[in-house]
Write a protein that binds this ligand. Structure first.
Ligand SMILES: Nc1nc2c(ncn2[C@@H]2O[C@H](COP(=O)(O)OP(=O)(O)O)[C@@H](O)[C@H]2O)c(=O)[nH]1
Ligand SMILES: [Mg+2]
Length: 342
């Protein structure tokens, strides 16, 4: 055969093979692309709280013009309305007065930067430089127990968290410990399917500790990375709540002695100071390791974050700022302060 012809055929074959390889790579890439909406910035999500604080601040500063006791009273009222909490608001105003004296500030317009720094310092003092994220490193299975009253966002938070873990290649088992209503079990099962997690469930009305036991056994035997336990929100009395939560915890510990690694109370930020009351009640019933503050997107009461650790000494670990998977964020002091003040 003519050597030229052989070269032509070889070149043509090479082009065809390259084209096939490119098509295969492109197809694979397409499959792997996950369609996730671009996360909105925290600033957008916290717009209502920001307006409640900064919008109000601008009004007050314009009205008063100079630094005096009336300005201070207005600022304290503003913090209280944003649900910062009585003691924390008082402490912030106290620090502000000191700063004003120290730096000899006379114009009300210079207050904003001072207030921002005081709140940042207060939060950094409460939280340390490191943010208090979930303690899931170096433990397997990582076990997180979710508690909280009805409708605060426990099941949704579990779904968002499950998605975060499965996206990173971790195996997740959800346990349907809310056996109070059949709908609660079904809701969790749907989320498990959507997020690529597995679920352990029993029928409505069964003992929560029994399903927790089965789930924990499965998690250990099948070597799951993460276990997320849902619980019922409705409890008739404090005594019931206390008994049920301690029984669930004892059951978990029978199988994994150092678990649960996180006992999280989910609270709805829109309920303001009521969230603090719930945290106090639950913390008495069972030792909490952290809080999840949900629905911060829909409220001007986001100032509650500023006061909560100060008042209760329980850190906010996660914040919920909407209903999509992207809307569960680790709580970060600097990111929060910047979202509110800039
Ligand atoms: N806007 C908003 N809605 C949320 C958030 N978290 C939960 N929800 C909604 O709150 C409602 C109750 O949530 P669910 O998880 O069923 O509460 P549970 O009873 O504590 O399990 C649902 O409609 C959720 O979509 C959040 O961070 N922002
Ligand atoms: Mg639920």
């Amino acid at each position: 055969m003519d050597t030229n012809l052989i070269i032509y055929i070889a070149a043509a074959l090479l082009i065809v093979i390259c084209a096939i390889i490119i098509i295969i790579i492109k197809k694979k890439k397409n499959i792997n692309i996950e369609v996730v909406a671009k996360p909105e910035s925290l600033k957008d999500k916290l717009a209502k709280t920001k307006n409640g604080l900064l919008g109000k601040l601008a009004e007050i500063v314009n009205l008063r013009g100079k630094v005096d006791s009336e300005l201070m009273d207005d600022l304290e009222e503003m913090l209280l309305q944003a649900d910062v909490g009585v003691q924390t608001s008082y402490d912030i105003i106290d620090s502000l007065k000191e700063e004003i004296k120290l730096q000899q500030i006379t114009a009300a317009t210079d207050i904003q930067k001072q207030l921002e720094e005081i709140i940042r310092k207060l939060l950094l003092k409460d939280y340390g430089r490191e943010t208090d994220h979930l303690q899931y490193k170096n433990v397997k299975p990582f076990v997180a127990l979710f508690t909280g009253v009805n409708g605060v966002g426990k099941t949704t938070t579990i779904a968002k968290l499950a998605k975060r873990f499965t996206k990173n290649g971790k195996s997740v088992l959800m346990i349907a410990g809310d056996t109070f209503r059949a709908a609660a079990i079904d809701q969790l099962a749907i989320w498990a399917e959507r997020t690529g997690a597995d679920i352990m469930k029993q029928q409505e009305g069964s003992d929560p500790s029994s399903v927790v036991y089965d789930g924990m056994m499965k998690a250990v035997n099948k070597k799951y990375d993460v276990v997320l336990i849902d619980t019922a929100g409705r409890q008739h009395t404090k005594v019931n709540l206390m008994n049920e939560l301690s029984k669930i915890k004892r059951t978990i510990k029978k199988i994994v002695p150092d678990a649960p690694h996180e006992t999280l109370l989910v609270v709805d930020a829109t309920t303001g100071q009521n969230a603090i009351t719930q945290a106090e009640l639950f913390n008495k019933a069972t030792e909490l390791s952290g809080l999840v503050l949900t629905k911060l997107d829909g409220t001007a009461k986001g100032g509650i974050i500023i006061g909560i650790k100060h008042q209760l000494d329980i850190p906010v670990k996660l914040i919920g700022v909407g209903e999509t998977y992207n809307d569960l964020r680790d709580f970060d002091v600097n990111e929060f302060v910047e979202a509110i003040f800039e």
